[in-house]
Ligand binder design. Structure first.
Ligand code: NAD
Length: 344
């Protein structure tokens, strides 16, 4: 029998404290749309907890924040189960971690290390993930990601976003027929100008400003009264699909090329690259132009292009093995929050 090792009491305490802290911040972020720390600070807490759990796997519990996605649907919203789970993403902060991701994929697939793998690289839009169900081309349900398995029904709110088609159409001659059912996924976001406008308005009215455009987007979409959502200028970029009936995509690039032909807007900076080196270079390029974009992004998402490899690679508890969020160096998120408060 394996000998049970002693886990130092201070580690047990540290893990407990980290979990409590993270749970509190999750609540502020996912339920109240009102975080009190920056994402970089939050990510650091999560990394620390993950590191300790990797050192002491005996401490992992199914309800640890590292095992979860998002948060349960809030009171007042009808629940919508996702036909396919909407997972989270592992993240990387530097080149070494990205190279390790590529190596891990090859080890998993039993491929020699020098085999190049094609990836898509997509800006990681800082908004909230939604899933739209189209049945026979008509929008039937719009839901938030929620805890990844069950989301919130925000159909009426989503319908107020002008770039959400209520009906899919073939806009080009080479567009495939609209599948009888397709769940499309995208990121609802608020651009920087609208964020500024709304916060100025809130401050004028003596209300608390939103911490960042992501929270403003989430707070605007997750309204029980859709007329409030309609007054906020929200937008969406589509980046993937969930369950699809009657059509089979072969690559992520094909998904990104096809969605716009049906009227679903894809971010113009998505790119197909031939190997991980090119993905890293493109990340640096996007990081350089980041501030010129009218919306916020916090990194790029790197995805294996070949969908048959997605099936082989599979998923872990909360994230797929075929994708990675390669984050940018943290900027002044906290400062930005303070700037707004100091304007009051
Ligand atoms: P994540 O944000 O790391 O990555 C998954 C999400 O990325 C998807 O759900 C989707 O919404 C988004 N995304 C944007 N563009 C995409 C694209 N092209 N392809 C695929 N996905 C794309 O996952 P998460 O589980 O939501 O991570 C939590 C995030 O929220 C982290 O950034 C964390 O810092 C932040 N957070 C902050 C606090 C806080 O208190 N500040 C608390 C909780 C969470």
């Amino acid at each position: 029998a394996k000998e049970k090792r002693e886990i130092p009491q201070e580690i047990i305490e540290k893990v407990k404290k980290l979990r409590e802290e993270i749970e509190y911040h999750n609540y502020r972020y996912y339920v109240l749309d009102s975080p009190v720390i920056s994402d970089a600070e939050y990510d650091a807490l999560m990394r620390e907890l993950r590191r300790l759990e990797e050192m002491y796997p005996e401490l992992i519990t199914p309800d640890s924040p590292t095992q979860r996605i998002g948060f349960k649907p809030a009171e007042g919203f009808k629940e919508v189960p996702h036909a396919e789970p909407m997972l989270s993403l592992d993240d990387a902060m530097n080149e070494e971690e990205v190279i390790e991701f590529d190596k891990r994929i090859k080890r998993f697939l039993g491929l020699p290390e020098e085999t190049p793998i094609e990836y898509t690289v997509e800006p990681k839009i800082d908004g909230l993930a939604v899933e739209l169900v189209y049945e026979n081309g008509s929008l039937s349900i719009g839901a938030t990601r929620g805890d990844g398995y069950v989301g919130e029904d925000v159909t009426n709110n989503i319908k107020t976003i002008p770039t959400v088609p209520l009906r899919l159409r073939k806009f080009t001659e080479d567009a495939p027929d609209i599948p009888p059912r397709i769940d499309v996924r995208g990121e609802v976001y608020m651009n920087k100008d609208e964020f500024k406008r709304i916060n100025e308005e809130r401050i004028r009215k003596g209300e608390l400003p939103f911490a960042n455009p992501r929270n403003a987007a989430a707070g605007s979409l997750r309204q029980l009264d859709p007329s409030i959502t309609a007054k906020r200028k929200l937008d969406i970029f589509y980046y993937g699909v969930g369950k699809v009936e009657g059509y089979k995509f072969k690559t992520q690039w094909e998904i990104l090329q096809t969605l716009p032909k049906w009227g679903l807007k894809v971010n113009p900076y998505v790119k197909l690259v031939k190997d991980i080196k090119e993905a890293i270079n493109y990340h640096h390029h996007i990081e350089r132009i980041r501030d010129t974009l009218p919306y916020e992004i916090d990194g790029v998402v790197i995805k294996v292009n070949d969908l048959s490899l997605w099936e082989k690679l599979g998923t872990k508890a909360r994230s797929p093995r075929y994708a990675l969020a390669y984050k940018f160096q943290p900027t002044q998120v906290t400062t930005q929050l303070l700037d707004v408060v100091f304007q009051v």
